[in-house]
Design a protein. Structure first.
Length: 272
């Protein structure tokens, strides 16, 4: 057990285990976005920082087929931030809030030595998509293309530049695809820690192993902060889901199935 999972295990609640806590028809989710952990200010504008902080948090709601309604912001700001920089930060939050029809209802601001952001999202769902419905022989798939986020992070760490549409700064969530295919999908979660690491969580949660159909390169399997979707569904629905993915121009890669063997994650943990 890694340190992150160890710490989480100290809290005994039936609501812990999914991308957010589902209580009735309401989903509560919260993520941190901290300077020198998730980003450096030299890499992104204040507008981009706020935008990504919001989208990273919305990804948890999307993963559970929930519609975001409200947001609470906690922002720890350096004392030397200017009013113009604060305005850019606020504009980034507001753009995403308007895009997803979210109302920012409060939070907290404090002075700090660096820029640290946490966001709480409150969402509603009538048909939540959970991690816990995987059965033997269900197929595993992921949306989009994986691996580019890690590549661009490495470029930035080496003082290089990345494209303004890079996934590292410009996340595209799969909310429409999830909503349109909820009746087919049995389980899902967003890919934030990397495909293999998040697959490990889903497999362990459902007490299943994984049989891969082909070898997946490490740069794809271990790339974190992708914010694509890891999905599980019945093999009988594979043709229908492929057709719907094509219709919506959503790349879908079916890479494995749930099996009885033991699955071992070969990727290094991102958090600890």
């Amino acid at each position: 057990m890694n340190l992150e999972n160890y710490f989480i295990s100290k809290f005994n609640s039936k609501y812990i285990g999914d991308d957010g806590a589902l209580i009735g028809d309401v989903v509560y989710s919260k993520d941190a976005f901290f300077e020198n952990v998730h980003f450096k200010r030299a890499w992104m504008s204040y507008f981009q920082i706020a935008q990504k902080a919001m989208l990273v948090n919305l990804s948890d709601a999307v993963a559970m087929n929930a519609s975001p309604k409200y947001a609470l912001l906690s922002v720890a700001m350096p004392k030397n931030m200017t009013k113009n920089e604060m305005q850019d930060l606020a504009n980034g939050f507001q753009k995403v809030a308007q895009q997803y029809k979210i109302e920012i209802i409060g939070g907290d601001t404090i002075s700090n030595s660096k820029l640290d952001i946490t966001v709480t999202i409150i969402s509603q769902t009538t048909q939540a998509l959970l991690r816990s419905k995987v059965r033997q022989n269900y197929l595993f798939a992921y949306t989009g293309t994986l691996g580019n986020s890690a590549k661009d992070l490495k470029r930035l760490q080496n003082l290089g530049k990345i494209h303004k549409k890079s996934k590292f700064v410009n996340i595209e969530l799969q909310d429409n695809f999830i909503k349109r295919n909820r009746r087919i999908l049995k389980a899902g979660m967003d890919i934030s820690d990397g495909l293999y690491s998040d697959l490990d969580k889903m497999a362990a949660f459902n007490r299943v192993g994984v049989q891969f159909f082909h070898k997946i390169p490490k740069y794809i399997a271990c790339s974190g902060e992708e914010y694509e979707m890891l999905l599980a569904f019945d093999a009988r629905d594979v043709k229908k889901l492929r057709v719907r993915a094509k219709q919506s121009r959503t790349k879908l890669t079916i890479f494995a199935k749930a099996a009885r063997n033991k699955y071992t994650n070969r990727c290094k943990a991102h958090h600890f």
